[in-house]
Structures are given as C-alpha cells and as structure tokens.
Write a protein that binds this ligand. Structure first.
Ligand code: NAD
Length: 503
C-alpha cells in the first residue's frame, strides 16, 4: 500500500533527499509473512509466462524499454533526488540502463536459441544428435542495493523475464521510491499478474524472500549480508548470483602520463561520491608515489561538492545518509591512525547533508596497514602507495579478499596488458576504469570475496536460464545394444580407446 498524503506510520520506508534530509515519499513495507505468498503467485504466473513464445515476451519488454526511454529525464530526476547524483551521472545511469535492457531484447533470441552439439567422435558411439537448450529457472528472487537503483535492477528484471522466469525482487530500503517507480513502469508493460512483484523493506523482508520457494537468488550488496543470504540458499541447494563489494586497485606504471592519468583516476575514484562498487580505492604507483598523490589531491580539491538537486554545477553529491557517512569516516580515520597522510579531504563536511569531501591519502611504501583499515569502505577516498616494481604492485593489488575490478595505467599497452592479466579481478581495464564496465555485452562480476556468477552479456543472460541437453534419435533407429555383455563389446571399446586416445 502506498500513501502520499497521510503521515507515515512508524515502520514506513521513507525516501529522503540525502543532500537535505527532506522527506520525498514513503510507502509501507511488505509484511515478511506475505513474501512467501508472493513467490507462490509468481510461480503460478511463471507457468504461463514460460509458455509464451520468446518473441512475444520480448515484444512486451520492448514496450517497457521504450517507456523507460521516454521518461529518461524523469528517471534522472528521481536518481538525483533520492540518491543525490549529479544530473550528468543520473543521466549516465539511465543511458547505461537502457543500453543493457536493449541488449537483452536484441540478443535473447541468439543467446537462448537451441544450439546443435557438434557431432565429433561421439558419432562412433552412435550417440544421437543433441541440442543444448535454455529453459527458464522458475522464480528468481532478487535482492538489490541502492547506489544504482535503475542500472542494477532494470537489466536484471529484463534478463530474468526474457528467459521466461517470474521475479520477486526487493529494492533497497534506501532507494524505495526508485524501486516503486521501476516496478510500476514494468507492470505498465508486462501486465501478467504476479509475474514480476516488488516486495519492499529491509533485511527482514530480504530474509523472508530468501526463505521462500525461490528457484534462484540474486544478491547485490555488502559481503556480510551477502554471505548470510548465500549460506541460507546453499543450505537448501538453491543457486545464486552474488555481486558483492569491491576494493578496487589501480596500478600506475612508470610510463603513465601524469596529467591525463590523474584526471581519469580522480573521476574513477569519486564518481557517485565513491559509492560505486567499481570505483578505484587504492593506487599502487611503481616508483615515487608522492607526485601522483599530489596530482590526485589537486584534482580532488577542485571538485565541487554540494546538493545536485539544487544546482547543476556540482561534481560530487552527498553520501546516501548520515549513518553511511559516519561509517565511512570511521574507516578513513582508522587508515589515518594506521599511518596514512591526508592530502585532501579526510573529515566530513560541516552542515546539512551527508557530505564527505573527496579524500586522498598517501601511505608509506612499506606500510600496507592503511589499506587493511580502509578495506570495504564505500565513499570518496583513494589511497596512494608507492611500490618498488611491477611484481610488488601486482602482489599489493592481489593482497586481501576482494576481486571485483581493477585497472592498469601506462603508455606501453602491451606491458600494461600483461600486468592486467595477472590481477585477480573479474574485470580489468588498461588506461580506463568504471566506464568500460557498462559495455552491454561485457559480463559483470567479481572473483574471490567479491562474488560469483555474472550479470550482463551472454553469460549474464544465461544465469537466468538453465541448460538442458536434449538428444533426439529416430524411433527404432540404430543404437548400441550392450546387453548381453560379451567379449566382443569389450574388444570394440578397447579398440576405440587405442584408436582415439593412444594414437
Ligand atoms: P547491504 O549488504 O547492507 O544490503 C544489500 C541488500 O541486502 C539490501 O536490500 C538489504 O535490505 C538486503 N539485506 C541485508 N541483510 C539481509 C539479510 N540478512 N537477508 C536478506 N537481505 C538482506 O549493502 P548496501 O549497503 O545496500 O550496499 C552497499 C554495498 O553493495 C557496498 O559494499 C557495495 O560495494 C556493494 N555493491 C556491489 C555491487 C556489485 O555489483 N558487485 C553493486 C553495487 C553495490
């Protein structure tokens, strides 16, 4: 139920402008006991939806895509109001979302088509012709986060529905307004009751969704909550996609041009006020780090911090709420206590709003303790440390449990690429960061503690489908009759081993 005029009840989910704290909208959360019923209804709807031909499913999603595109400005406005994104970033999120949804619609016929298995040597075993087919999984339970409420959720919904599934999803309690609007717009195009439902609320609603009869889970968020969710699913043998936190390294090689690299790293560290899972958080400079840290600090100091809903010339908006700002500040202070020097920012801004100035820290070459203190932080900070050589840079990048994205910067692309190939991360870029990851065909996801499974691209779309192998032999056709066993059958197999595997 949604009420906009009346005063919110005590348990209301309230959307606030993080720049001002002003209440924007509210809704009542879904009672956790009702979530299992939503999943059961979704299962009934899936039985019908899965039988709808793919091209008809895609036609409905195409209508949704066009509706989303038609309201691009309104979506950007919502993102600015509820998340505090500068308008350029908000429009960028809308653009990338549309790109991803469009990719799903255009490519699903190819990606989900039956694929004839090559006959190869199996023909000698008289194996009948086979196909790899992609079937719906059933009901996908999606738990979302708030930092990209459109980009993280709309493509996942499109992919899950395209593949013939039903979805019950929980938008983040920190972005309920965007979640509600997204659900409403989807229902306007794909109107099969129960097929795609949003349940609203915090961890208790998420836990109820995970405890229900979903066939696959998708969790985007932090590692502690993610691991609880994944453990619950695993205990019941339910598969999952896990998109968890990163702590992304950048390696700067000695031949990297200073000005352009520092500019690019600054943007890649502070976009989304550093609340982007793939922002650069650590920079390992091969050689002398101080000039690099100074160049980044100069960039950071020049950025204009403020309320993006009030002015267009703002580069960095607020953090999502005061609690997030205080948590983030605690980690920055711990890094400083561990020996990092502050070159820019380093403490919360005074006054209203959860502002934190873009922060640049410099650590001594032989002191990795500040990194350990900052690990997993979610805000505008970049820590710079000098390392003696490439090997040390790679070791530093790979130290710790994270493995989401990484970048390598240098003029010699071959050399940079060789370094990139040795970094333990799901996504690595040379002389770039953050933006390449919105490539619609590029599977997105991490390794190590940053998660498993992929979204986007072929691998991402196939996460929402289960492979089924179908072999078809003509009725009454020739097949190897092994019974009753005799020396002849064994001799034939022995000959085949010699022919195919010992030759
Ligand atoms: P969070 O883990 O606190 O919450 C994420 C979601 O999980 C929310 O919807 C929340 O209500 C729900 N939740 C929390 N506890 C739960 C439980 N026990 N059972 C079920 N659901 C539960 O994280 P957050 O603060 O929303 O997100 C910030 C984190 O997300 C950052 O660490 C960031 O790095 C990460 N992130 C990762 C990606 C990615 O694609 N890898 C993308 C965006 C953000």
């Amino acid at each position: 139920m949604v009420t906009e005029a009346a005063a919110p009840p005590a348990n209301a989910l309230i959307a606030r402008n993080p720049a001002t704290g002003k209440e924007l909208w509210w809704t009542e959360p879904t009672p956790p006991r009702e979530v299992a019923g939503c999943v059961d209804r979704a299962r009934e709807a899936q039985a019908k939806w899965g039988a709808v031909p793919l091209r008809d499913r895609l036609a409905l999603l195409e209508h949704w895509y066009r509706t989303l595109a038609g309201k691009a400005d309104r979506w950007a406005e919502l993102l600015t109001l509820e998340i505090g994104k500068p308008r350029t970033e908000a429009l960028g999120e809308v653009f990338s979302t549309l790109d991803q949804v469009r990719w799903v619609i255009r490519n699903a016929p190819r990606v989900l088509a039956d694929e004839r298995l090559p006959r190869g040597r199996q023909r000698w075993q008289l194996v009948p012709p086979g196909w790899l087919c992609w079937r719906p999984v059933g009901v996908i339970g999606i738990i979302g986060t708030w930092n990209y409420p459109l980009y993280l959720n709309a493509p996942a919904l499109a992919a899950a529905l395209a593949a013939g599934n039903a979805v019950v999803w929980k938008p983040s309690e920190l972005a309920p307004w965007n979640g509600f609007q997204l659900q409403e717009s989807l229902e306007g195009s794909v109107a099969l009751p129960g097929l795609a439902q949003a349940v609203h609320g915090g961890p208790e609603v998420g836990a109820a969704l995970i405890a229900s009869r979903v066939d696959k889970g998708q969790f985007t968020g932090g590692i502690p909550a993610g691991r609880r969710v994944l453990a619950d699913l695993a205990a019941r043998g339910i598969p999952a996609i896990a998109e968890l936190s990163g702590f992304d390294p950048a390696i700067v090689l000695p031949d990297a041009p200073v000005a352009s690299t520092a500019r690019a790293i600054a943007w890649s560290a502070f976009v989304g006020a550093g609340q982007t899972c793939v922002t650069i958080k650590r920079v390992y400079v091969v050689g002398e780090a101080a000039p690099w840290a100074e160049a980044l600090a100069a960039q950071a100091r020049a950025l204009r911090l403020g309320d993006p809903s009030a002015a267009s010339d703002i580069d960095v908006g607020p953090l999502i709420n005061p609690a997030a700002r205080d948590r983030f500040d605690g980690l920055v202070q711990a890094a400083i206590a561990a020996g990092a020097r502050v070159l820019a920012g380093g403490s919360p801004s005074e006054g209203h709003g959860s502002y934190y100035p873009p922060t640049v820290l410099l650590a001594d070459p032989d002191n990795p303790r500040p990194e350990a203190a900052l690990a997993g932080c979610f805000g505008p900070v970049v820590l710079v440390r000098g390392v003696p050589d490439e090997e040390a840079a790679i070791a530093a990048a790979n130290a710790g449990e994270f493995g989401l994205a990484a970048s390598v910067w240098g003029r010699d692309r071959r050399r940079a690429r060789a370094v990139a190939g040795r970094i333990e991360a799901g996504m690595v870029a040379v002389n770039d960061a953050v933006t390449p990851l919105s490539h619609a065909a590029a599977p997105f996801g991490g390794v190590k503690a940053s998660g498993y499974g992929r979204v986007h691209g072929v691998l991402g779309l196939r996460e929402y489908a289960q492979p089924q192998v179908v072999h078809v032999r003509g009725s009454g056709g020739i097949r190897p009759q092994l019974y009753p066993y005799s020396g002849r059958g064994a001799r034939l197999i022995g000959r085949a081993i010699r022919l195919f595997h010992r030759g």
